[in-house]
Design a protein around this ligand. Structure first.
Ligand SMILES: O=C(O)CCC(=O)C(=O)O
Ligand SMILES: [Fe+2]
Length: 336
């Protein structure tokens, strides 16, 4: 499998408002990558390496505990906030149980937050483990740093579309929906079928993925599946369905999957940076007219048989809950 096809883009200029020329250059490369595979690596993202290392260490410590300790913060205790631990086999992507365990996290909201009081699904407090106690601070700091990097990438994407740099912040991410996950993939014996994560696309705007040093992520391209192995000092950035919809399919939310054939456990840390829960994501004016035949072709090609280009009347929150229902059928009754 090829593994050199995804570009590495240094986004440091996007974090420097004074560097107009550098920002234009980076935006151009981002635009190319978005029209290509919809997957690229970002360097120069500004997330402290010590913070990344602390996140990896604390995660290893948490997952190394016996099941009973982890199940003390099981997702079934997270209620409508949809947070907590789930064991191997509990999540179904593409209709089959994934070979991974994980911790579901997100923006930390106190019980008196108006959205929590109003009973909004997927909003609320995280479930933190007793051990290691430091996981809480580390995760919260990592989410803050990764969200800043995501806003910077979105500035590049806006510029690449001929929009003002702060266009996304003004229209869709003033109060972004942020979900963060820590996954542990046990090693899969060679030849066994089944996936760490089955084929899927991500739902929102951007995913920023930190990996440890074990490969496993695969990306579906026109020329077949390629690998997206860990590269030092980078994160993988990929586009979600909302960017695909906004651009009439010009910027791709590309299917991907995971198989951990590396013979060692694999950890990954995806942060999903998505539109405001109440936002209605509609195509940009220049992409508003879509040929129904394209929608049909997109539907036929998609992991769950639904096209991201089809007209959709609801909010981003409605879209997200529809997807959640498919991968966590047993939790849906609780979340909705
Ligand atoms: O673990 C990975 O490398 C990717 C996970 C993923 O694609 C997802 O959670 O959406
Ligand atoms: Fe994904």
């Amino acid at each position: 499998m090829a593994h050199d096809a995804l570009p590495v883009i240094d986004i440091a200029p996007l974090r420097d408002p004074g560097d107009g020329e550098g920002r234009r250059r980076v935006a151009e490369r981002i635009g190319e990558a978005c029209r290509g595979h919809g997957f690229f690596y970002i360097a120069g993202h500004g997330i402290d390496p010590a913070l990344q290392a602390a996140l990896r260490d604390a995660s290893r410590t948490f997952f190394a505990q016996p099941d009973e300790a982890k199940m003390r913060i099981a997702m079934s205790r997270g209620g409508r906030a949809w947070r907590g631990y789930f064991p191997v086999g509990a999540e179904l992507t593409s209709g089959r149980p994934d070979l991974k365990e994980g911790l579901y996290l997100g923006t930390e909201l106190p019980p008196d937050d108006p959205r929590v009081r109003a009973g909004w699904p997927l909003h609320g407090a995280n479930l933190w483990p007793e051990h290691p106690a430091g996981l809480r601070r580390t995760v919260l700091d990592y989410m803050t740093a990764a969200c800043a990097a995501a806003q910077a990438v979105l500035e590049g994407i806006a510029l690449s579309l001929g929009l003002e740099a702060d266009w996304f912040r003004r229209h869709y991410t003033a109060d972004p929906t942020v979900l963060f996950r820590i996954f542990r993939y046990p090693p899969q014996p060679g030849g066994e079928d089944g996936w760490g994560v089955g084929e899927h696309t991500d739902y929102g705007l951007l995913t920023l993925l930190l990996q440890d040093d074990v490969p496993g992520l695969q990306v579906r391209t026109q020329g077949g599946w390629i690998e997206a192995p860990p590269l030092p000092d980078t994160l993988v950035c990929n586009l979600g369905d909302m960017l695909d919809r906004l651009t009439g399919g010009q910027y791709r939310s590309t299917p991907h999957r995971v198989r951990n054939a590396g013979g060692r456990e694999r950890f990954s840390f995806p942060l999903f940076f998505d539109p405001d829960f109440t936002a209605r994501v509609t195509p940009l004016p220049q992409h508003a007219r879509i040929d129904p035949a394209r929608v049909a072709a997109d539907r036929a090609d998609r992991w769950d048989g639904s096209s991201v280009l089809a007209p959709f009347d609801g909010s981003y929150g409605d879209y997200l809950l529809g997807k959640v229902g498919k991968v966590f059928p047993q939790l849906l009754g609780q979340v909705l």
